[in-house]
Design a binder for this molecule. Structure first.
Ligand SMILES: *Cc1c(COP(=O)(O)O)cnc(C)c1O
Length: 470
């Protein structure tokens, strides 16, 4: 399988794009075609365990890793040890309703990003080994992405992680989760500034092309194709777990920020998984909800992004949306590039000409807010005896309303994107309860910390990286 950018550039094979961030033309990597899976093939996957299912779904996109090696990478990744059960992503029903929760947050950092990131860690280590190369991941985090990346890369010989976080601005639990890692290759750097300052520092280092090349600086951000691909597997897993007759359609509702998770569902649908609707659940930062309601996609500057109680969805633009528009245009790179020029020039894209295609593709959207989130956490606990986190609550809330409005009886699967333990304050506000923690995190705030506090200064950051790699 060969890859090209949504804006046209040729990018090479899977192993090449695995190590790249944005394409040189600013676009996102896409496969030259999306293989179709017949109903018969899908039926033959019913008995597969997670790692074998992952192989079945992913291998057509990965021509450049031999079968035995790819199977071994997936076996190393999807273990009971890392994800808490042989199921990896258990599907549980809410009472006797026709709504299900797909548990994606039982991995090492307690959020769904682990599922793709753990694969990314093992796949990158493999490719670096075969190429005798090294990678120094430089990233900025306000919480979840950083910890998922660190837990995926810790202890990997050829990889270092330099993760910038805003000093004192993450929850105590999130700080402890990252800063307690003692691995030599994990560098926590707390910047005296806000998250945007951290992002600007990453951009500044990356804009120094000579430094970037000399120090093998890379990224693991949410536009990485391997993450999207690895996430498409659990849509198949969920559908298979329902045990429905062949071809039965289901709906998915996905708490969305950068549109990576739900785009993985769209990938599964394009491959032939019987998905009727993909329901986008946004929080108060409702870029995608607004886009589908009005036909007007408007990116928001950082100053306009609200801080909410589902913080991992606080975004001003949905990076992976470009992939979807590329597919809608019939994989037309020139059209996609032109649309993005308009976005840069006007801060907005007119989706009116695409609205019929958007509806036909199964996408729809709803919006949640703080009050709805709290009420949903409380109600889900009272009615179903299930404690959910604020992001999952946005999905459950939007799903419930969508279902009522559309009088739908189809099975509906809500993706659980984090454990409530990660967002204790909001869970307590909603229910008065302290969310239970997995044993390994019980007293994590007390654990010794390994973190360097640093001024918001690009030369200090470069000096630190240079010294660490010397
Ligand atoms: C990252 C994240 C999201 C948003 O996922 P996208 O792929 O960016 O749409 C939702 N919930 C949680 C808990 C997350 O960590």
């Amino acid at each position: 399988m060969q890859y090209q950018s949504t804006r046209g550039a040729k990018l090479g094979g899977f192993c090449d794009i695995l190590l790249q961030g944005l394409a040189p033309d600013g676009g996102l990597a896409m496969p030259s075609n999306i293989p179709h899976i017949s109903g018969k093939t899908l039926e033959s996957w019913r008995g597969l365990d997670y790692a074998d299912l992952a192989y079945a779904v992913m291998h057509p996109f990965i021509g450049d890793i031999p079968e035995d090696d790819l199977r071994a990478i997936l076996r190393r990744t999807y273990t009971t040890d890392a994800f808490g059960s042989a199921d990896i992503t258990p599907l549980t029903r809410l009472g006797d309703s026709n709504t299900y929760l797909l548990e994606l947050s039982n991995g090492p950092s307690l959020a769904f990003k682990d599922i793709a990131m753990q694969f990314l860690g093992n796949a990158m280590a493999y490719v670096l080994e075969t190429r005798d190369a090294r990678l120094n991941i430089l990233g900025a985090t306000s919480g979840d992405t950083g910890s998922a990346a660190e837990y995926a890369m810790r202890g990997k010989d050829r990889i270092n992680v330099f993760m910038l976080s805003p000093h004192g601005r993450m929850s105590l639990f999130q700080q402890a989760q990252m800063y307690s890692l003692q691995d030599k290759n994990i560098h926590n750097i707390a910047i005296e500034g806000v998250f945007d300052d951290c992002q600007d520092l990453v951009k500044a280092v990356n804009s120094d092309a000579a430094y970037k090349t000399a120090y093998h600086i890379g990224a693991v951000n949410s536009i990485n194709w391997a993450r999207v691909l690895a996430q498409s597997v659990y849509y198949f897993k969920a559908w298979l777990a329902l045990g429905l007759p062949a071809g039965s359609p289901v709906d998915f509702c996905v708490p969305s920020g950068n549109f990576g998770n739900i785009y993985a569902g769209y990938l599964a649908k394009q491959m032939g998984l019987p998905i009727a609707h993909l329901i986008i659940a946004t929080n108060e930062n409702d870029v995608l909800y607004e886009a589908l309601q009005t036909g007007h996609y408007r990116a928001r500057p950082a100053a306009e992004v609200e801080k909410t109680s589902s913080p991992s969805m606080d975004i001003g633009k949905a990076s992976n949306f470009e992939r979807y528009l590329y597919n809608l245009s019939g994989n037309n790179a020139a059209q996609t590039a032109a649309r993005w020029k308009t976005l840069v020039a006007d801060g907005a894209i007119d989706l009116q000409p695409l609205m019929d295609a958007i509806r036909a593709s199964g996408f729809t959207a709803g919006r949640s807010d703080h009050a709805a989130r709290l009420a949903t956490i409380r109600e889900t606990y009272q009615v179903y005896n299930r404690l959910i986190d604020p992001h999952t609550a946005d999905g459950v809330y939007v799903a419930k309303h969508w279902r009522a409005e559309n009088k739908s009886e189809r099975p509906l699967i809500c993706l659980e994107t984090a454990l409530p333990a990660k967002f204790e304050t909001t869970v307590r506000e909603a229910t008065g309860l302290r969310a239970p923690r997995p044993a390994q995190f019980e007293d994590i705030e007390e654990a010794p910390r390994r973190v360097t506090v640093m001024a918001n200064d690009v030369s200090a950051l470069k000096d630190y990286i240079t010294a660490a790699l010397a």
